[in-house]
Design a protein. Structure first.
Length: 210
């Protein structure tokens, strides 16, 4: 409830005993109204942060990918190994077979068109994908896995096929921002010394996870 306050100013003039006229009331000059300065109100707005769209490249293997795949292992697999090559979707592969030793080596220069990060590799090489990779084996068992700060990972497996046991070393190397190199060698379990020898030749800094 609004309250209105009325102020009544009464000026009483009392004549002195000498009969002097009353002194005129003091005059006052009204003050100008105060000047109010205000700072313009700044309204905060939620400006969306710019999004970075990755620059993607073609997934088609280039001659550079082919050369990288063919030169990656050097002369590790010599004339005792039969070599074959294939252009795949998003990769170029090289396979070596040694009939006498009952061994196989396989390499893929894989293209990641939009780049990749560590979590992407974790998903690529997880239990779900191992099942697809070893689909041609009767069973497989993970033995160990390890990695270096340089970006090389090693996964070690034991597999069975047609009643025979095999040992597998499977390396993954972060090669460039858009490419990784996958290398796998498979030897019969009784040829552990050969597996160790070829592992040292290929990856002297990470031949095993021991």
């Amino acid at each position: 409830m609004k309250k209105q306050i009325f102020i009544l100013l009464i000026a009483a003039v009392i004549l002195s005993s000498c009969g002097k006229p009353p002194a005129p009331p003091p005059t006052s000059t009204p003050l100008p109204p105060p000047t109010i300065t205000s700072t313009p109100r700044v309204v905060a707005t939620n400006t969306p942060l710019p999004t970075v769209t990755p620059v993607c490249i073609s997934s088609e293997p280039t001659q550079q990918d082919i050369d990288r795949a063919l030169s990656y292992t050097g002369d590790t697999f010599d004339s005792d190994w039969d070599q074959s090559e294939a252009a795949l979707e998003g990769a170029y592969s090289v396979t070596w077979q040694n009939i006498v030793q009952g061994a196989v080596a396989y390499l893929e220069a894989r293209i990641k068109p939009c780049g990749y990060e560590e979590p992407d590799l974790n998903r690529d090489f997880s239990d779900t994908n191992w099942s697809a990779i070893f689909a041609n084996y009767e069973s497989y068992e993970s033995i160990a896995e390890c990695k270096l700060n340089s970006g090389i990972r090693l996964y070690q497996f034991k597999t069975y096929n047609l009643g025979f046991e095999y040992k597998i070393n499977y390396w993954v190397q972060s090669d460039t921002d858009n490419r990784i190199i996958v290398t796998m060698i498979v030897f019969p379990a009784e040829s552990q010394s050969l597996l160790d020898d070829y592992s040292i030749r290929l990856f002297p800094n990470l031949p095993n996870c021991s």
